[in-house]
Design a protein around this ligand. Structure first.
Ligand code: GDP
Length: 138
């Protein structure tokens, strides 16, 4: 059974002109794009999305960053999509990311790390529903 996950090409990667290259990596790895949109988000929308991190010291900086420029929001589908995307992304801190991962190639810091991917089934369901309406996911 194919599984769905949620992903974002973050503002740093878009500013650097890497959006297409990130999408090519996802394509090469066998992810099907169920839905996709480019959008700028407000600080409040970023805060709602990262609500689980509200107590973390980097919450303000992270939500400033995520609302600093356009994002590409995506719902992706494949067998084992959630775990496979996390593997393809690489470690949060690009200094620790394995060769060949998207963060190793495109991230510039622990915060400006090019891509987001849901970390579990429940978070994927929340994140997909946060950014996409049901009619966009046919
Ligand atoms: P992820 O699942 O690998 O994206 O990592 P987390 O869920 O732990 O953190 C969410 C996002 O917050 C990361 O992708 C980074 O953009 C940012 N972040 C995580 N840790 C730090 C940190 O220590 N400092 C800063 N400035 N940002 C961080």
């Amino acid at each position: 059974m194919p599984q769905r996950t949620f992903s974002i090409v973050k503002p740093d990667a878009i500013r650097a002109g890497h959006a297409g290259a990130v999408l090519a990596e996802l394509d090469k790895a066998g992810f099907r794009i169920v839905a996709i949109k480019k959008q700028s988000i407000s600080k409040a929308q970023a805060e709602g999305f990262y609500y689980v991190h509200r107590e973390r010291p980097f919450f303000a900086a992270l939500t400033d960053f995520m609302s600093s420029g356009p994002l590409v929001l995506m719902v992706l589908e494949k067998e084992n999509a959630i775990a496979d995307l996390r593997k393809l992304m690489g470690a949060t801190n690009p200094a620790n990311a394995e060769e060949g991962t998207i963060r190793k190639k495109f991230a510039t810091s622990i915060q400006e790390n090019a891509i987001h991917g849901s970390d579990a089934e429940e978070t994927a369901a929340f994140e997909i529903g946060y950014w996409f309406a049901g009619y966009e996911l046919i």
